[in-house]
Ligand binder design. Structure first.
Ligand code: SF4
Length: 450
């Protein structure tokens, strides 16, 4: 690998999930070691990386229209005698591969999520030939990606993401992840602990462990034993400086009581679980190939509540999946009423080319999807607000994250991930303090330091 002599600037534009945010940070870190400084400003960037997401409809179309704008910028730079490189990374890169190079001549490099460790070498190539790297050597990726510098880690705040598991073997019929991120892989326990330790050494107080199926984690520990997520949570909680641990995204099929024990026994594990159910209809769950029923899901919720009665839940919902009748949709609303979610992400079903659901009969008209989505979102918003309002009068532990909007104000998060604003000294950032909640306003709570 060659190191560029003059400092260049890279803009990583990231879309989609938290795993993409984590990957964007890792790409910035690896390029930092190659003389590329991170920038937020396209006008002074020498390199742009579009870290794409394939989960939303027309994701690829949006990438191509963004690439059209970048092509013009690249032409302007060329006329001015400047170099400008365009890289497409992430799940659209993985799914579309060579097609991107064919459709958009301005793109220099297409790189899939499992190949980011190759970025410096590919960018440093003298040859002008354009390249696609969408292999799946996931083990290499984590071993080869560097840690952020201390300054960079500090600048990212008191809370950090750590990917512990990647890929998926579940093959839900609507989802592209098994094709874009490959099969399930868990990082070894020691590697995860080392990364968390490095983060706490520079003042990180909260980690969110990430994985497409994070509760399917089964990384090997030092003695060759395959550790569960519950066991990993215990090990992470023993690292000095860690105040809070979260994890996402879990799959209902992988719920086991050890995870509930972790919530019961480890104070650092926050009482919040994102457990997507997608639908409350067993027929639709079957068509989605979720491999669990609505009752299995409710049993998991009940088990978690038995061991940690203050735990709250969030979920993902897809409305208008092929074949969804009014009765199926009503079953989803009934499930939502029964669980009482603290928050949820909800989407209209949209066709993902290459997935089994794309070929299913009985696709639902857009206007029906729109109506169902509105009804579902109104119900979720009501539950969310009820949950938030129920905090007024309580004293909560708040992790202070940053300055608030007004002078003298600080902002942080409650154990249930609610945003809280209160007056406190600015050197409280990184501390967990007690705040008495006095008011509930749109999307946040207001309180007074105890
Ligand atoms: S569990 Fe299903 S929805 Fe989640 S990543 Fe795997 S295939 Fe996609």
């Amino acid at each position: 690998m060659t190191t560029p002599s003059a400092t260049k600037r890279v803009l990583v534009k990231s879309y989609g999930c938290q795993m993409n945010v984590y990957d964007a940070e890792r790409m910035t870190d690896i390029l930092d070691g190659q003389g590329y400084q991170a920038t937020d400003n396209i006008d002074n960037a020498d390199l742009i990386i579009l870290n794409t997401c394939h989960i939303r409809e027309k994701a690829a179309d949006k990438v191509y229209s963004e690439l059209g704008r970048l092509r013009e910028l690249k032409a302007e730079r060329k006329n001015a005698g400047q170099d400008f490189k365009i890289v497409v990374a992430g799940c659209v890169a993985q799914a579309e591969g060579k097609q991107i190079l064919r459709r958009e001549p301005a793109v220099d490099l297409v790189i899939g999520p499992q190949s980011y460790q190759n970025l410096p070498e590919l960018l440093a190539r003298k040859s002008r030939s354009r390249h696609v790297d969408t292999e799946f050597p996931v083990d290499d990726k984590f071993k080869s990606l560097p840690s952020p510098s201390n300054e960079r880690a500090k600048a990212r705040g008191v809370s950090a993401f750590v990917t512990i598991q990647e890929g998926c073997d579940k093959f839900c019929t609507f989802c592209v992840v098994p094709y874009t991120r490959g099969s399930e892989y868990s990082r070894p326990v020691a590697d995860v602990l080392a990364e968390v330790k490095r983060l706490t050494d520079v003042g990180i107080r909260e980690v969110t462990l990430l994985g497409q199926n994070v509760n399917a984690y089964h990384g090997l520990d030092e003695s060759g034993h395959s550790a569960s997520l519950g066991e990993l949570l215990k090990r992470v909680s023993e690292i000095s400086g860690i105040a809070r641990i979260r994890y996402t995204t879990s799959h209902p099929l992988e719920m086991d009581e050890n995870l509930a024990f972790a919530h019961r026994d480890i104070p650092e594990v926050m009482p919040y679980l994102h457990l997507p159910v997608q639908s409350g209809s067993d027929k639709i769950l079957g068509l989605m190939n979720r491999r669990h029923t609505m009752h299995d899901y409710l049993d998991s919720i009940a088990m978690m509540r038995r061991h940690r009665n203050d735990i709250v839940f969030s979920s993902d919902f897809i409305v208008g999946f092929p074949g969804e009748t009014d009765e199926d949709f009503q079953a989803t609303l009934t499930l939502i009423e029964e669980v009482g979610f603290a928050s949820a992400y909800s989407f209209k079903y949209s066709v993902r080319p290459g997935t089994p659901a794309a070929e299913m009969d009985d696709q639902i008209p857009e206007d029906v999807k729109d109506r169902r989505l509105q009804i579902l979102q109104a119900l979720i918003a009501k539950q969310q607000r009820r949950h938030q309002d129920s905090m007024v009068g309580k004293t909560l532990d708040i992790l202070v994250e940053r300055k608030g909007r007004y002078p003298g104000q600080m902002a942080g998060k409650s154990p249930h991930l609610l945003a809280v604003a209160f007056d406190a000294p600015s050197d409280y950032i990184g501390r967990v303090v007690q705040v008495r909640i006095t008011d509930s306003v749109t999307n946040s709570l207001v309180g007074t330091l105890v």
